[in-house]
Ligand binder design. Structure first.
Ligand SMILES: Cc1cc2nc3c(=O)[nH]c(=O)nc-3n(C[C@H](O)[C@H](O)[C@H](O)COP(=O)(O)OP(=O)(O)OC[C@H]3O[C@@H](n4cnc5c(N)ncnc54)[C@H](O)[C@@H]3O)c2cc1C
Length: 448
């Protein structure tokens, strides 16, 4: 259903104003807001929930996937700063282990620590925060956003800024501003949504490799998968996913297993009623999975439901058409761009939109592709950049660049571009991407 946005021309009160307003406080918004503030722009972060962190906080998504190597991730500086800031919320005895690049827990995310650490970084950088503010409409004139209407406690008000950064994950702001976008693959299918959850009190058999890293016993995981496939075939678990996608979660407690297994297909995350149904379907699958695991899976007999995402996770929705559209060809060619704002080694990772199956396509070891600044500058709006997931790319390469570390780096580029435009009273499209890259390098990005 195509809904209309609320009337924005009425004289709503001004809630706040800034040089740069970042809408959405997920990984992309964190990168954008910190970098904008560090460029000297008065920066405001608007977030619909009461915590920052996006999928890492409210979607229960973990672990961080790696671009680069464990010892040398390509995403800097915000990704590393965020991880470092999370450590203080662990018991002191645990910090050294988790900080070690070779320990699995190095990539694990405690969602409360993620929110606290993101807020620590934002406050320390002078970013002003407005939680529980949802952008619901834009008022545009002369191809620019004049103000963004937010709904918050007590009603509606507006945010004014010279430049806005859309870090809503779904490209909501850009879509409201009339920017062209695409959604899904050539058949219009988006990657499935997933409700993530954790079970505690699981008896996990671990094995240790030569480097001293601990892993879930592969034989146990295989047994779990065999049982899961049997339960699926016999209709006790109705979930399209082909296997149990699980990760150990050793930073909260021993015996915690994280499930990324539910697979919710055929719903539209940009349509309110459809998205609501997706939540119900995600929780239906969760109930069946928990019942199956407790009654049939070894080690899960006394498991307890520890937590689940506050919302279902959306892997893919709008991809805003920008001044450049990154494609799978660029991925395969390990494309380089003078105006690169991020680099990635992460594989193409397409969870089937239509049933079982996951398509994985790797780059050769050590190879990376670059994402140009032009991908975060949308066609169709003169004072907007787009950070995080909804950037200008085809569905295949989007499945690679959507991981959290890269979403942060893309946000960084969008934040720097927005700040430079705001501070020079020009538009992001007029900012030379090579200057953005240079500025990012000066601020600690790995783009030399
Ligand atoms: C199920 C699932 C599993 C995944 N697994 C992994 C993984 O293992 N490792 C990995 O690295 N990545 C993984 N990802 C990818 C990753 O989580 C996302 O691509 C990444 O979080 C995107 O960051 P973002 O900031 O663009 O969007 P989000 O994280 O979605 O953040 C968007 C933020 O904007 C806010 N917002 C939205 N609309 C508005 C509005 N109108 N007004 C105000 N605020 C708004 C939201 O509340 C949210 O906080 C997974 C994703 C999903 C869904």
């Amino acid at each position: 259903m195509k809904l209309r946005s609320c009337p924005s021309e009425t004289d709503l009160p001004v809630i706040d104003s800034a040089d740069v307003a970042v809408i959405g406080g997920g990984p992309g918004g964190l990168g954008a807001a910190l970098m904008s503030a560090r460029c000297g722009a008065k920066t405001l972060l608007i977030e619909a929930y009461g915590v920052p962190g996006g999928m890492a906080a409210v979607g229960e998504v973990q672990p961080f996937m790696i671009s680069g190597t464990r010892q040398h991730p390509l995403d800097a500086p915000v990704y590393g700063e965020w991880k470092e800031a999370m450590l203080q919320y662990l018991p002191e005895a645990e910090r050294r282990r988790v900080a070690s690049a070779t320990d699995y827990s190095n990539r694990a995310i405690n969602k409360a620590a993620a929110a606290l650490a993101a807020e620590d970084l934002l406050l320390a950088s002078g970013v002003r925060l407005l939680y529980h503010h949802r952008a619901v409409a834009v008022d545009t004139a002369d191809g620019k956003i004049r103000k963004v209407v937010c709904h918050t406690r007590g009603g509606f008000g507006v945010i004014r800024a010279k430049v806005f950064v859309d870090c809503t994950g779904d490209g909501e702001l850009a879509a409201m501003a009339g920017c062209p976008f695409e959604m899904g693959d050539e058949d219009g299918g988006c990657q499935p949504m997933t409700l993530c959850f954790k079970l505690s009190h699981v008896k996990i058999p671990f094995v240790t490799n030569a480097e001293g890293e601990r892993f879930m016993d592969p034989a146990w995981k295989k047994r779990l998968n065999d049982l899961y496939c049997q339960a699926r075939a016999q209709g006790r678990v109705r979930c399209p996913r082909e296997d149990l996608l699980v990760f150990p979660f050793q930073i909260a407690d021993e015996g915690v297993v994280h499930f990324n297994t539910t697979r919710v297909q055929g719903f539209d995350p940009t349509d309110g009623a459809s998205f609501s149904q997706a939540e119900i379907e995600g929780r239906r699958q969760l109930r069946e999975l928990v019942k199956f695991l407790r009654s049939e899976a070894p080690g899960f007999e006394n498991s307890r439901l520890m937590s689940m995402g506050v919302q279902i996770g959306v892997r893919e929705s709008r991809r805003i058409r920008g001044l450049y559209r990154l494609t799978e060809k660029d991925f395969a060619a390990c494309a380089r761009f003078e105006d690169a704002i991020a680099r990635s080694t992460y594989n193409i990772d397409i969870h089937s939109p239509h049933g079982a199956g996951t398509v994985l396509r790797d780059l050769r070891p050590g190879a990376f592709y670059e994402i140009p600044y032009r991908c975060v500058v949308p066609a169709g709006c003169g004072n907007l950049t787009v950070g995080g997931r909804p950037v200008s790319a085809d569905a295949a390469v989007h499945s690679s660049l959507r991981i959290m570390p890269t979403a942060i780096s893309i946000g960084q580029g969008a934040g720097v571009g927005a700040a430079l435009a705001a501070l020079s009273d020009t538009s992001p499209a007029e900012i030379d991407g090579r200057v953005v890259r240079k500025k990012l390098i000066g601020l600690g990005a790995e783009l030399s």
